[in-house]
Design a protein around this ligand. Sequence first.
Ligand SMILES: Cc1ncc(COP(=O)(O)O)c(C=O)c1O
Length: 361
Amino acid sequence: MELLAECIRTGFISSDGPFVREFEARMAAYLGTAHGVAVCNGTAALETALFAAGIGEGDEVIMPAFTIISCAVAAIRLGAVPVLVDAEPETWNMDVSRIEAKLTPRTRAIMAVHIYGHPTDMDPLLELARRHRLKVIEDAAEVHGAEYKGRKCGNLGDVAAFSFYANKIVTTGEGGMVVTKDPGMAERARSYRNLCFRPDRRFLHTELGYNFRMTNLQAALGVAQMDRIDEFVEIKRRLGARYVRGLSTLDGIKCQVEKPWARMVYWMYCVELDPRLGLTAAALMDRLAKKGIGCRPFFLGLHEQPVLRERGWFAGEEYPVTERIARQGLYLPSGLTLTESQVDEVLAAVAAALRAGPGNG
Ligand SMILES: Cc1ncc(COP(=O)(O)O)c(C=O)c1O
């Protein structure tokens, strides 16, 4: 509140304000990287990150089939081509062992999307990228504070994108950030978010950018949240462990597996239902909704998105793990204000819903 009042008192309410720079610096320092470029949302951050990495017309970008549409949109808007890789069944992240088969002479980048709070297995991905001279973009929208082998997600590839939407671990209401150690990429990102104004001649433009700027008001929220990020991650991990313990006693339910090399942050408390239960995620959500428990479905694979298929993308492609988890996966109540007794209530409701047996609702 105090920081917001300061914005209003000093008149710095647009994007030209000290909290924008402070939020960028705080985020970069937290990740152990050099530059942050705040933007208006995570989708814009992804597009800006791809632009910063030099991705453009006709370039192929490898990305998971199991992700939000923002990833494909970011590539398509720059004239690039999304190329999909299936998920692996334990963490639901991109199956890194399947990337090499998707490389062509036009491949320029790999977008690693850390799914639902768990990192992608980055070492083999980075090694492959090095060998083929590919840029690595991390979509870190769901992993504020998560670690891969002791290093923070968002500081593992060439450039990363964060979202600060209201359901994220750090939020500014709407917001996003591009982070990178590379000063050239940071400069390109700053240019793209601000209509590609040239520093030498303000109203002369030689590239197309956008107004993707974040306001000082939003950044003030971000600065205040950065003081508490470790506390937020601890809450997520404590409640996540409670959910996992409770769910492990139920047959036919699987949680995201935390790999020994990962410190996940349980952005969402996710479950996958064994198809042998005869119960889809939609049916379980229906049963829980009747008890006043709101859940959300998993992503639908990019190759199954009507808007992309109608445009001729991914015709005839199949990604079986993605297809299964899109139908059998859901996330349970996951807000930061959830109490332990509310988690126990949800666990009891899930157990009762399973006891009711197979069915469509
Ligand atoms: C993995 C991932 N990438 C990108 C985004 C897009 O972020 P935003 O909603 O801020 O545009 C999201 C949003 O939830 C996301 O989960």
